[in-house]
Design a protein around this ligand. Structure first.
Ligand SMILES: [Zn+2]
Ligand SMILES: [Zn+2]
Length: 116
C-alpha cells in the first residue's frame, strides 16, 4: 500500500466535534451535556471566561482560562467556584452529573489544605 493512502486513512480518525468542545487545559473532548449547559470541562473542571454577568450570557471578551478553586455544596446542588487567571473574576457554576469525581475530590482536598 502506498504510504500516502495510509496517511489519509489515519486522518479519518480525527473527528471534528460540532457540539461540545475541546478543553484548552487538558485537551480532552467534552460531549454536549444532556441536561445542563456545559460551561466547564468535565475532566479537569477548568472553564473559560466567556460570561460577563450571568452564566450563559457569553458577553465577556476576556476568554481567560478559569481555574476551579473551590467546591461548595449548596441547596441548589454542588457548585464549583471558578477564578479567571486573566482578570481574577470569580464565578459559580453548578457541577454536571458526569463531572469527573476525582477532579472534584482533588479540588476539595486543595481547599482543605488552604484553610489550615
Ligand atoms: Zn479539561
Ligand atoms: Zn477574565
Amino acid at each position: 500500500m502506498p504510504i500516502l493512502s495510509i496517511m489519509t486513512q489515519s486522518r479519518k480518525n480525527f473527528i471534528t466535534i460540532n457540539s461540545g468542545f475541546i478543553c484548552e487545559k487538558c485537551k480532552k473532548t467534552n460531549e454536549k451535556a444532556k441536561k445542563t449547559c456545559r460551561n466547564h470541562c468535565r475532566h479537569c473542571l477548568f472553564s473559560k471566561h466567556v460570561d460577563e454577568n450571568v452564566p450563559g450570557d457569553r458577553k465577556s471578551n476576556c476568554n481567560g482560562l478559569m481555574v476551579p478553586i473551590e467546591i461548595i455544596d449548596s441547596p441548589k446542588g454542588r457548585q464549583v467556584k471558578h477564578q479567571c487567571i486573566v482578570c481574577t473574576k470569580e464565578q459559580m457554576n453548578i457541577t454536571a452529573d458526569d463531572d469527573d469525581i476525582d477532579a472534584v475530590i482533588d479540588i476539595m482536598q486543595k481547599q482543605n489544605l488552604n484553610s489550615w
